[in-house]
Design a protein around this ligand. Structure first.
Ligand SMILES: Cc1ncc(COP(=O)(O)O)c(C=O)c1O
Length: 388
């Protein structure tokens, strides 16, 4: 499904930004559309995704988890096996090629879990771009390993001390920097949120996950899955795997949000399950807000899900019923983190553990013949330190 020319998926999306950013977004949009028609650009993208990022990633039959749950047959789409350890690298390679195409010498990014920051720092090193990453001070603490990795890769990490010192504050700072340095700076947004064309462009670079998964499941099982389950922060790994199945109406999409410590305000980051439409970071979408429309503080044990908004395409999917969005609590995500590590020898990121937890918790509600793909968006090495 394509948004309209102003970037609206139904009533969600748009470009709610300061006037100074409009020319930059228009330029980006025009270059992006040109790039998607450029054979050389597409060949370069494919080459780096293969040779640098290590694609295609496996669609792995989780045999022991399947047996343990005595239920549906479960496959894991192994984005954890990419270079840098999460799906974020797909988007960063694509956007680095965009920055080069547009002649920008400096890139900036926001990061929560640090996975997008590490992927950004990695492509900055690979393509010789100066790089500044904004990261909430709280996230710098809980993802210290990723801060170290970014610095090692030659990136300048700027701790953000405003607000809750998490992802939304990092995004605010990145946008503020972009407004002042728009001439020489490329803003590498890490998810399918933000103003048009980011939701569309990031989806374009992440849709490779679903393209591969669809091909792979047909080879391995000769049929499409009944369910695809993915965690949702801003929503890029979920849209990445959902997109290519959009017209397969029998394939049900489940987006798993961060239920944190419960559904009371400020206890979670479940923007769709607990939020309402409003405007955040340049886009009209579901977000967590109080009665006056003030954005609420959020909580999730998974830094990458700790964000009060969500990509506008998910808001649209929610309204048309194409996907179901549901929260998973911290404690259940932690149990799934432990279970998958012990039972499959795969340590999932805390973000991805939410998707695993959904399937574990609801195992009895599926049919034995059901086929499920869980998008394992990243590996959990980054989380090991803080859980010691
Ligand atoms: C491993 C992993 N999964 C999921 C997410 C959430 O982002 P998104 O919803 O854009 O996929 C993050 C964000 O940092 C992440 O690091």
């Amino acid at each position: 499904m394509m948004p309209d020319k102003h970037g609206y998926f139904g009533k969600y999306g748009g470009m709610f930004v300061p006037e100074t950013l409009m020319p930059a977004l228009e330029e980006l949009k025009n270059e992006f559309f040109k790039a998607t028609k450029d054979k050389i650009f597409k060949a370069e993208l494919k080459r780096y995704l293969t040779e640098f990022a290590g694609r295609p990633t496996e669609l792995y039959y989780a045999e022991k988890l399947t047996r343990y749950l005595k239920g549906p047959k479960i496959y894991l789409k192994r984005e954890d096996m990419t270079h840098t350890g999460s799906h974020k690298i797909n988007n960063c390679i694509g956007q680095a090629l965009m920055a080069l195409r547009m002649g920008k010498k400096r890139i900036i990014a926001e990061t929560g879990a640090g996975q997008h920051g590490v992927a950004t720092a990695t492509v900055a090193a690979r393509f010789g771009l100066k790089c500044d990453v904004f990261m909430g001070e709280e996230d710098c603490k809980r993802q210290a390993l990723n801060v170290y990795r970014m610095k090692l890769l030659g990136t300048n990490v700027i701790p953000v001390t405003s607000g809750t010192k998490t992802l939304k504050d990092a995004l605010n700072e990145a946008m503020r920097d972009w407004v002042s340095n728009v001439d020489n700076t490329y803003y590498m947004l890490g998810t399918v949120a933000g103003p048009h064309p980011y939701p569309l462009m990031v989806r374009y670079f992440q849709k490779v996950i679903g393209e591969e998964a669809r091909r792979q499941i047909l080879v391995k099982e000769g049929r499409l899955p009944n369910f695809i389950v993915a965690c949702v922060g801003g929503g890029s790994n979920a849209i990445g795997i959902f997109h290519h199945f959009f017209h397969d109406k029998k394939v049900k999409f489940i987006g798993v949000e961060a239920g944190g410590r419960g559904m009371k305000p400020t206890m979670n980051s479940a923007s769709i399950s607990a939020g309402a439409p409003g405007s955040l970071h340049g886009s009209y979408t579901y977000l967590l807000q109080d009665k006056d429309g003030q954005v609420l503080n959020t909580h999730s044990i998974a830094a990458g899900l700790d964000y009060p908004g969500v990509g506008p395409e998910h808001s649209y999917y929610k309204d048309i019923g194409r996907a179901e969005y549901t929260p998973i609590m911290d404690k259940d995500a932690l149990k799934a983190y432990d279970l998958l590590s012990k039972i499959e020898g795969v340590i999932p990121a805390l973000e991805s553990s939410h998707a695993v937890a959904y399937v574990v918790k609801n195992a009895k509600t599926f049919k034995k013949t059901d086929l499920i793909i869980i998008n394992l968006s990243g590996r959990g090495d980054k989380d090991v330190g803080r859980l010691l």
